[in-house]
Write a protein that binds this ligand. Structure first.
Ligand code: TYD
Length: 135
């Protein structure tokens, strides 16, 4: 899996003077069935989240509020995507190392996930990730 296989998807956006609205439906535009969602919030300045890869899990990151950076690493190339729009999703396939940082004050990161939580799916050791990614 390469860092270029992560893709930004535009979510539907209903612009309205009363406030904008975006939505996600089963099957579109996120290219996997969503089986879990979680969100990261109240991140203290300078903190980092992630720092692991998943063997099977696919995820989509959305900056519901504020901004943060997603750093991707495939063991060879690296890529950083800054998210700061509520209508953009970053779809990240399995077997990519990811780290999130540079959270703005009051930012909220929504994550849509393809599988229920499974601690066994995590690769938390970078050396182990390199071994499995190159296998
Ligand atoms: P973790 O995935 O390590 O956080 P990060 O987003 O920084 O990678 O999860 C932190 C803790 O939360 C860990 O103890 C597992 C727990 N957790 C759940 O119980 N369910 C979940 O869906 C998630 C994402 C985490």
């Amino acid at each position: 899996m390469t860092v270029q296989s992560a893709q930004l998807v535009s979510l539907p956006r209903i612009a309205d003077p009363r406030g904008n609205l975006s939505f996600i439906e089963a099957g579109r535009p996120v290219p996997f069935a969503i089986r879990r969602t979680y969100w990261i919030y109240d991140v203290p300045g300078g903190e980092t989240r992630g720092g692991h890869a998943y063997r099977r899990l696919q995820e989509c990151f959305i900056a519901l509020s504020g901004s943060f950076d997603v750093h991707l690493d495939d063991g060879g190339a690296r890529r950083t995507v800054s998210l700061n729009r509520s209508y953009l999703g970053l779809v990240v396939p399995s077997m990519l190392w990811r780290r999130l940082d540079n959270f703005s004050t009051n930012s909220v990161c929504l994550i849509l996930a393809s599988e229920p939580y499974d601690a066994e799916d995590y690769i938390r050791d970078y050396a182990e990730y390199l071994l499995e990614a190159n296998a």
